[in-house]
Design a protein around this ligand. Structure first.
Ligand SMILES: C[S@@+](CC[C@H](N)C(=O)[O-])C[C@H]1O[C@@H](n2cnc3c(N)ncnc32)[C@H](O)[C@@H]1O
Length: 219
């Protein structure tokens, strides 16, 4: 990884807070609900190769493997400390999941080698330039007919949600989060070459509006 690729914003903005990430997400967000919805949208089949981009503590990665044990599930994250938590959790659940260290902007995999790329709460950690880089990389990683499913902070539905999102912006910074709250992710996904880009769901949370997007690599 180059020096710029190894620079990142940790899960809760500061590395010292990473051990509290799972507890906070479980309590403050409907984590089980929105991750389960993403998995349903992704329609995993036996033999699918699936990449969880920015896997973090591995909660979604583990849920994916449990939902489709006959799929190959790989979690990628740039932060070695959070990957150690993910690996421990997967081992405790006795699940065969590969975790790799690397950046979403230059993922260490062969082009055209995945059926699904999924990602949860990662794109608001990337600058505009890196969002586009990561999306172009995800497009290149997918096989023809492959799909992208992303859940992340989306356009605030109302003033209350816009106000609530300030807490996320204070932790993770304004530079990487403003595109999200302005609802620009779908445009970026299309700009990266995806087709059939759609926001398939959004929901209010105590930290703002969460949105679920799906897109196709095309054939
Ligand atoms: C808020 S956490 C989300 C973790 C997990 N996907 C979830 O839904 O719980 C954001 C994650 O993105 C990772 N991340 C940030 N920049 C990244 C990059 N350039 N490449 C890969 N992962 C990155 C962080 O290390 C962190 O684990």
């Amino acid at each position: 990884m180059s020096q710029s690729e190894s620079k990142f914003i940790p899960a809760l903005g500061f590395s010292a807070l990473t051990p509290f990430y799972d507890r906070l997400t479980r309590v403050a967000l409907d984590e089980e609900g929105f991750k389960s919805r993403l998995i349903r949208e992704a329609c995993l089949a036996p033999g699918h190769r699936v990449l969880d981009l920015g896997a973090g503590t591995g909660t979604l990665t583990i849920m994916l493997k449990k939902a489709q044990p006959a799929a190959e599930i790989i979690g990628l994250d740039v932060d070695p400390n959070i990957l150690a938590i993910a690996e421990k959790k997967a081992m405790a659940s006795n699940l065969d999941i590969e975790f790799r260290r690397g950046s979403a902007t230059a993922p260490p995999f062969e082009p055209g080698s995945f059926d699904r790329v999924v990602s949860s709460l990662v794109f608001h950690h990337l600058t505009t330039e890196n969002k586009l880089r990561a999306l172009r990389a995800a497009h290149a990683l997918l096989k023809p007919g492959g799909e992208l499913h992303i859940v992340d902070w989306g356009r605030a539905q109302n003033a209350l949600m816009r106000g609530a999102f300030l807490a996320v912006q204070l932790f993770d910074g304004f530079e990487t989060t403003t595109d999200n709250v302005r609802g620009r992710l779908p445009d970026f996904i299309a700009e990266a070459g995806f087709t059939s880009v759609a926001e398939v769901h959004h929901q209010m949370t105590v930290f703002g509006t969460l949105a679920l997007y799906r897109a196709s690599r095309g054939v």
